[in-house]
Design a protein around this ligand. Structure first.
Ligand code: PLP
Length: 506
């Protein structure tokens, strides 16, 4: 066997050249890897196709096809009668680099002159957006706020529903969703919202989106122009903030107190186009917007000709009593766009949410959803429709509500016990019985960002409350998620967290 045959046989035996790939593809990949790693150097002669086929125990045609592919991509050169040689990739790359760098430097110069010399590859907006590191990239870590317990998701059942949909092999479910989403899912959501959330809704008003983030973006694009003002709660959900910034809206922060968004004269002197609120459970403080404030906000929206974007992201998680009615249900002037998500109840990667628009916005929103997003995933939507229609959704909510409620209580008790009576006076643990996180409020003098970092050193991913604020006065505290943390871990990490808090407050 020639050294080159030996090398290729050895390379082919490596796990990354998957045995289930066609032989031709495996040989091509193996040769390419050997060339890249310079095990087969420029000018090396490859064995003849006949010899290599014999050495590797494969068909000659397979070798010829692999050689042809390598030649077509410039890895080897073949001269009739004299054999196949490894090409000089360095020379090729250098000449490409010459072309590329000339083009690049032209582009850079153009960008630099357009932007006053910085020469950065991103737009100013791009720089601003990427400078802000939002949530942790991998969220399932002890106490990261906002995540559900995926482990309690009924995987087997979900698999059966999905399998059934795939067995039906309906071609129409492989298409884009042209009409606002899979109709039976929109019907199921309509029913659910009417009964559980007191939303005034017909099926036509419901659009399936890829979650709240997309719903918000669609609203920002269709309802506001560059430079328009968006009122946002302060502190505010970072996801909403990012979307509005990305659409070049002016953010006007509105203070949140225990009754939700609290408008003052200064706020009322501005003219918002959009008003973003989380009235059922303010994110992140947990405040529930009072009825008086809800009415006031609806009045203001009419007077200002503004749209209210109601983000009802976790109202399923109310551990005592019924879920609260949505703000949209009180709206008599069609000013509210209501949005919900399956990220919290099922799992975030499902990327399915819904947007309920007033009747006058149905046609433009459907059309924009299709033109801007090209929505699809109808197979998932169909499985989800069955999941809801067959009652599994409500069963699942009931089950996780109990689990999360118990974990919440356990976390509260652990923290209170560990902090002791003295510290418990300067530290307030949120008492409202809902949501997926609780807020441990700290005295103003405490640096909650430093505590967040300190907690991270113990493997705890809490978030500093102050980072959610846009304007002073800023409250200090920590957001502590508990939903997916097992009881043993709630106690273990709860004690560690209490120690971190003690060190910061003392
Ligand atoms: C306030 C709020 N709204 C919405 C969402 C969920 O959005 P999505 O459906 O894009 O996952 C979250 C998730 O963390 C949230 O905290």
């Amino acid at each position: 066997m020639s050294p080159a045959s030996d090398l290729l046989a050895h390379t082919l035996a490596q796990a990354e050249f998957h045995p289930r790939l066609p032989q031709q593809r495996r040989l091509y990949e193996a040769a390419k890897a050997a060339i890249h790693q310079q095990q087969l150097g420029a000018g090396n002669k490859l064995p003849s196709s006949r010899d290599l086929a014999r050495d590797l125990g494969i068909a000659r045609n397979t070798v010829i096809a692999a050689f042809e592919q390598l030649a077509a991509e410039g890895y080897v050169t073949s001269a009739l009668g004299s054999g196949t040689y490894v090409a000089d990739l360095q020379a090729h790359t250098a000449s490409m680099r010459g072309v590329g760098s000339a083009q690049q430097s032209n582009k850079t110069a153009a960008a630099a002159s357009a932007k006053g010399g910085a020469g950065a590859p991103l737009s100013r907006r791009g720089e601003e957006l990427t400078a802000f590191a939002a949530g942790p990239r991998y969220e399932i870590q002890p106490f990261a706020p906002g995540d559900a317990d995926f482990s309690s998701f009924p995987f087997k059942l979900w698999q059966r529903l999905q399998n059934r949909i795939w067995r039906e092999a309906r071609a129409d479910l492989l298409d884009y969703g042209q009409s606002g989403g899979y109709l039976p899912l929109r019907q199921a959501i309509t029913e659910y919202l009417r009964i559980s959330r007191s939303v005034k809704v017909s099926v036509e008003q419901v659009m399936i989106t890829a979650g709240t983030q997309q719903s918000l973006d669609l609203c920002a694009q269709l309802l506001a122009d560059v430079g328009d003002t968006a009122w946002v709660e302060d502190p505010c959900y970072w996801g909403a903030r990012r979307v509005f910034q990305a659409r070049d809206l002016k953010l006007h922060p509105i203070t949140v107190d225990s009754d939700g968004m609290a408008l003052d004269d200064e706020d009322l002197a501005t003219s918002p186009r959009l008003i973003y609120v989380t009235p059922s459970h303010q994110y992140p403080t947990g405040a529930v917007m009072s009825l008086a404030r809800r009415r006031e906000l609806l009045d203001v929206a009419v007077r200002k000709n503004a749209w209210i974007l109601e983000d009802d992201y976790d109202s399923e998680f109310r551990y005592t009593g019924r879920p609260l009615a949505a703000l949209q249900g009180l709206d008599t002037d069609d000013r509210v766009l209501y949005m919900g998500t399956f990220s919290k109840v099922l799992y975030p990667g499902i990327k399915v949410g819904y947007l309920v628009v007033p009747p006058a916005l149905i046609a433009p929103f459907k059309s924009a959803l299709y033109d801007l997003q090209r929505p699809g995933q109808l197979m998932v939507q169909a499985a989800l429709a069955d999941f809801i229609a067959l009652g599994h959704f409500t069963t699942h909510i009931r089950k996780i509500r109990q689990t999360y409620g118990a974990r919440r209580e356990l976390l509260r008790r652990t923290l209170v016990a560990q902090l002791g009576p003295q510290l418990s006076q300067s530290v307030t643990i949120s008492s409202e019985e809902s949501g997926l996180h609780l807020v441990v409020e700290l005295p103003d003098r405490v640096d909650d960002v430093a505590l967040e970092k300190l907690a991270a050193e113990s493997g705890i991913q809490v978030k500093a409350l102050s980072t959610y604020y846009l304007a002073p006065p800023v409250r200090r505290g920590l957001l502590v998620g508990y939903a997916y943390v097992t009881p043993e871990k709630v106690v273990y990490y709860g004690r560690l967290l209490a120690a971190v808090i003690q060190s910061g407050v003392r």
